[in-house]
Structures are given as C-alpha cells and as structure tokens.
Write a protein that binds this ligand. Structure first.
Ligand SMILES: Cc1cc2nc3c(=O)[nH]c(=O)nc-3n(C[C@H](O)[C@H](O)[C@H](O)COP(=O)(O)OP(=O)(O)OC[C@H]3O[C@@H](n4cnc5c(N)ncnc54)[C@H](O)[C@@H]3O)c2cc1C
Length: 135
C-alpha cells in the first residue's frame, strides 16, 4: 500500500500469485495494482494503454521491474470501496437504532463495519448467528 503523500499513481500492489494458489503458471508472477480511489478517481478512467503503461512505469521505479507484462487485464470498479468519512460511527448507531423497529431486517457488507474480505466474512458470520438465534 502506498501512502498518498508519496505522490504515486498507484494505490498499491498485491502479489496475487503469492496469496492464492494457481494464479500464475510456474515461473510467472501475477500482480494486482489498484489505481484511482477516492482521491484520484480520474486515473482509473485513463485509456487502457495509458493505464497499463502508468502502472508499469510506477512498478519499474518501485520494485525495479525489468520486463514487460505477458498479460495485462483491467477491471474498472466505479465507487467500489465505501469511504468511512468522519461521522461514520454516528451513522451506524442511527441505522442500528432504526433497525430495532424492523427485527427481521439484517444489514451487512463493506459499507458498515470493515471493508476488507476478513471483516466482511467475520460480520457475515455474526449476522448469520443473529438470524439463527432469532428463529
Ligand atoms: C478492486 C477491489 C479490490 C479489492 N481488493 C481487496 C483485497 O485484496 N483484500 C481485501 O481484503 N479486500 C479487498 N477489497 C475489498 C473487498 O473485496 C470488498 O469490500 C468486499 O468484497 C465487499 O463485500 P460485500 O459482500 O460487501 O460486497 P460484494 O462482494 O460486492 O457482494 C455484494 C453481492 O450482492 C449482489 N447484489 C447486489 N445487488 C443485488 C440485488 N439487488 N439483489 C441480489 N444481489 C445483489 C452482488 O452481485 C454481489 O454478489 C477490494 C475491493 C475492490 C473493489
């Protein structure tokens, strides 16, 4: 993850082939770089070639990447990650209060209590338990 203060055009890069099995053939690496975000959404809308070149220029500097990619794919997710702005906790308390009058309505997902997969899964289990206990 790259702090905004670094002034880079990518938000960060994940080594997907190190995180998950079977993501890249032997001798290859699959990198997933994020571009855009709340502070520079326009970067995610660059033309395909410009976007790919931008990402690889950054990686060449940051991790001394020496080769060109064999495969590059772009997935664009507009408004993909919710922003927890100041007052988010207050909003959650308000929603929880309103939910008390709708006992069969359950809300979860990345807009509430954690954006990453771990939090989303953990919160899903909690909701599933609540539903089971209410039956
Ligand atoms: C580009 C990107 C990269 C990310 N990388 C990482 C990462 O490396 N590690 C990490 O921990 N997190 C990562 N995240 C964050 C994490 O993946 C998401 O926050 C999380 O997957 C969101 O889970 P969710 O269940 O809230 O929403 P989603 O995964 O979006 O699930 C919502 C589901 O609801 C369905 N749906 C929508 N509307 C309806 C409807 N009306 N009726 C029925 N179904 C509907 C959708 O089809 C979808 O299947 C990333 C997010 C993005 C956008």
């Amino acid at each position: 993850m790259i702090p905004h203060i670094e002034g880079r055009k990518i938000l960060g890069t994940l080594w997907d082939s190190s995180i998950f099995p079977n993501r890249a053939p032997e001798g290859h690496v699959l990198l997933r770089s994020m571009v855009g975000g709340a502070k520079s959404p326009e970067l995610a809308m660059l033309k395909d070639n410009t976007l790919i070149n931008t990402v690889f220029d950054e990686l060449r500097h940051i991790i001394s990447l020496k080769t060109d990619p064999e495969v590059a794919r772009i997935y664009r997710w507009e408004k993909a990650i919710p922003q927890y702005v100041i007052g988010h906790g207050e909003k959650l308390r308000f929603i929880d209060e309103k939910l008390k009058s709708h006992p069969d309505l359950y809300l979860t997902g990345n807009a509430y209590r954690g954006i990453g997969m771990n939090d989303c899964i953990e919160n899903s289990y909690k909701i599933a338990d609540k539903i089971l206990n209410s039956l």
